[in-house]
Design a protein around this ligand. Structure first.
Ligand code: ADP
Ligand code: X2W
Length: 302
């Protein structure tokens, strides 16, 4: 390993800052759009590993919207979104489960290559997938349109249960194994043992709520919430829930940013002290939050 270029003094300062977060719980959501940048994805895994080594309890939840779109197109299926969620029929569900499993396995392997300890959740095809201990349970999501008529989303779910003890066991295993970072795809099991497709922001906020996380961080492909989506300089660095709801109503916050901002509200409501939206394409944007007084992104407060 090459010798790091940082000075002992700057390392000591960084270590001091990180130590202040020891035993805090942080849920990080890694979006499919941020994962389009492999170097930034590796930097995110390294950042999570550093936090883990400093005793921060980190759970990672990932999506994969863009790769799912590509896999659906390759399979001759047409992606369709309803209210920011993917309409998920049986064929689509099979693609979603396969792609999220591939992403999960890939992230675990990448983490292993940097010496990190991640506990993945995917079907390895050898029948060893622990579906009985799957961390998320769910029920079909029922939405209504503005006229009150039901909206059919197919196999799309809402999270009804999080296996908190299993996740805590990853942080502090009682069997003598090394602690590890749980990394969850946005899939839940329903009461009949079938899969449900969960929006990954929603899954992350459910995990943040269940773990009573101190912080929920959403890594995406914009610098944060923008007043003008085409202008990265129009970043809104602080937003209250009421202001954010106004921006959703006026259409400034749209598309995939809507479930993300709503996930921030849910995480805050469940007791998280802060909810952040950061640019996951920028390597180490996550670690910057812990090392600097100011960082680039949007902080949502109640
Ligand atoms: N006001 C806004 N500011 C920033 N991005 C926005 C805004 N409104 C909508 N978006 C869209 O939300 C996208 C992020 O959501 P999404 O594509 O679902 O990402 P992820 O894969 O991280 O969940 C951005 O790329 C952007 O196109
Ligand atoms: C119901 C629903 O919409 N599920 C999402 C799950 C993946 C996801 O949310 O991925 P990102 O975080 O990359 O957007 C989907 O099928 O795309």
């Amino acid at each position: 390993m090459s010798e790091p270029s940082l000075t002992a003094e700057s390392f000591a300062a960084a270590a001091g800052r990180l130590a202040a977060y020891r035993d805090r719980t942080v849920v990080v959501k890694l979006g499919g759009s941020a994962m389009e940048e492999p170097a930034a994805t590796d930097a995110c895994l390294r950042s999570v590993d550093v936090l883990d080594r400093f005793g921060v309890r980190v759970a990672l939840v990932h999506g994969g919207g863009k790769p799912i779109d590509r896999a659906m197109t390759a399979a001759g299926l047409t992606p369709r979104k309803v209210a920011g969620r993917r309409y998920t029929d049986a064929d689509t569900l099979a693609v979603v489960v396969r792609v999220l499993g591939e992403i999960n396995a890939d992230l675990v392997q990448r983490a292993e290559r940097i010496g990190a300890r991640f506990r993945g959740y995917y079907d390895d095809g050898a029948g060893s997938g622990d579906f009985a201990g799957w961390p998320l349970t769910g029920a079909r999501l029922s939405l209504t349109d503005p006229t009150g008529a039901p909206v059919d989303l197919g196999h799309v779910g809402t999270v009804t249960g999080v296996a908190v003890n299993a996740l805590r066991a990853a942080f502090e295993p009682s069997d003598g194994r090394d602690p590890s970072v749980p990394i969850l795809p946005s899939l839940a099991r329903d009461a009949a043992g079938g899969w449900l497709n969960i929006n990954a922001d929603t899954a992350a906020s459910a995990v943040a709520g269940a773990l009573k996380a101190d912080m929920a961080v959403f890594l995406t492909d914009t610098p944060g919430v923008l007043r003008d989506r085409s202008d990265p300089k129009s970043l809104i660095s602080k937003l209250t829930e009421a202001e954010a709801r106004g921006l959703i109503a006026s259409g400034v916050i749209d598309g995939g940013m809507v479930p993300k901002v709503e996930a921030c509200f849910e995480a805050l409501e469940a007791g998280a002290k802060s909810a952040l939206i950061l640019d996951g394409r920028v390597p180490y944007s996550l670690l910057d939050v812990f090392l600097k007084d100011t960082f680039t992104g949007t902080v949502i407060t109640r």
